[in-house]
Ligand binder design. Structure first.
Ligand code: ADP
Ligand code: MG
Length: 386
């Protein structure tokens, strides 16, 4: 028995029966436009959440995580949201959402989860958790959920059960993950294409700033509100638009006059130019134009820094140092205000790159970052029967 299996046995007094896993995700480009009807380009990466599971003879769903103390258990017929269940609400929420949608469960489960996805750092550990539990439920109870169903049920759980405003990008990126492909996703109507993401020697690297997260949620909501305010004003001038990403770069001069507010204008300029960069990025990927890819990632970061103002010292420093240390491109990923950035690095120089970036970042911020190369991988999986 490995350590995790032993912990399962100690916790639940029975042996685990099945092992499952789900990856996390990065977003390559198209940041902060998922809630503005834009296009995004995320990919599932090789940092995983895993679960060991066994069936129970009663009606109970039990959760234990190696990240937290204690076991949390509830009956399948009594899963109403309750804040006291804290992190396990993501798990209980999946069972409740599925039951609300008509699925029936005849027995309970013991679940132990463990993860090497940093929690609350923008790699979507929450979506990985939700997608994983939904995948497990589908597999064990033979619900035959499609990948799109898993996205739908997981997003519904985060939005309705947990009450968190979020788009579909994270759950979709993970559930629909495919080796060496990224997801070209329209956040407005949930249509998507898979795009090849094989850049030879060049690999994606995650730069985890390890800056404690503070303002993320309030600042995120502030940006959502600013965008809604701008959209309401602009609808008077462009009656056919439904969201900011329906606007085009050539309209920016007029938009600046109509808004007559520099902050709102900068927010809108980010959305419009970022959406345009996603289209250009996809074209550049098709022909593996590394110069273009690199310059688009740089303009994306600059726009998030100067126009959308969601980067800050830690993300700006780590991306600048990554370029100095040999990355051909680098930008923040996720909501910003700390969290993670990504870089594109020749794998032959990775060790030296990581060393240099880490030292320089630590010198400037006093924080040791975590830097790791990742593969682009497939979505949630049944790993093995134990
Ligand atoms: P992100 O999704 O960017 O990592 P969130 O704040 O959305 O950040 O999600 C983090 C939360 O997800 C954690 O605080 C916890 O409630 C839950 N979570 C994620 N991974 C785990 C885990 N391995 N064990 C328990 N809870 C987890
Ligand atoms: Mg999350």
């Amino acid at each position: 028995m490995n350590k995790l299996e032993t912990l399962f046995k100690e916790t639940y007094k029975v042996n685990p029966e099945f092992e499952y896993s789900a990856p996390s995700r990065i977003n390559l480009i198209g940041e902060h436009i998922d809630y503005n009807g834009g296009m995004v380009l995320p990919a599932a990466i090789s940092r995983y959440i895993k679960a060991l599971v066994s069936k129970r003879n009663d009606n109970k769903i039990c959760f234990k995580s190696t990240a937290f103390e204690g076991v949390l258990e509830r009956n399948l017929d009594d899963l109403k949201y309750d804040a006291k269940y804290d992190w396990a609400n993501y798990g209980f929420g999946i069972f409740q959402t599925l039951q609300d949608d008509g699925y029936k469960f005849k027995f309970g489960l013991n679940i132990l989860i463990t993860s090497n996805i940093p929690l609350g750092s923008g790699l979507s550990s929450s979506a990985a958790f939700l997608d994983l539990i939904c995948f497990i439920a589908s597999d064990i109870y033979n619900l035959n959920l499609t990948k799109d169903d898993i996205v739908k049920e997981s997003v519904k759980t985060e939005n309705v059960y947990c009450g968190l405003k979020c788009g579909i990008m994270d759950e979709a990126a993970i559930a629909l993950g495919e080796e060496n492909k990224c997801l070209y996703l329209n956040c407005n109507n949930f249509t998507y294409k898979k795009i090849n993401l094989d850049l030879g020697n060049y690999k994606f690297v995650v730069l985890q700033t390890n800056k404690p997260r503070k303002l993320t949620e309030s600042k995120y909501n502030e940006r959502v509100d600013e965008c809604n305010k701008a959209l309401n004003i602009l609808k008077n001038h462009y009656p056919s638009i439904n969201n900011l990403c329906d606007l085009k770069p050539e309209m920016l001069n007029d938009i600046e006059k109509y808004l007559n507010d520099q902050i709102l204008f900068k927010r809108v300029r980010h959305c419009i130019t970022e959406n345009d960069r996603v289209y250009q990025f996809v074209e550049a990927l098709k022909i593996k134009d590394l110069n273009k890819i690199s310059s688009l990632l740089k303009s994306s970061h600059d726009s998030l820094k100067n126009d959308y103002e969601v980067t800050g010292l830690h993300l700006d420093t780590i991306t600048e140092e990554a370029i100095k240390a040999g990355a051909i491109a680098s930008r923040m990923t996720g909501a910003g205000f700390g969290g993670c950035a990504i870089a594109l690095v020749d794998e032959k120089i990775f060790d030296d790159f990581a060393n240099k970036t880490s030292k320089a970042y630590e010198q400037k911020t006093g924080i040791t970052p975590a830097i790791y190369m990742v593969d682009i991988v497939s979505g949630p999986k049944f790993e093995r029967k134990l």
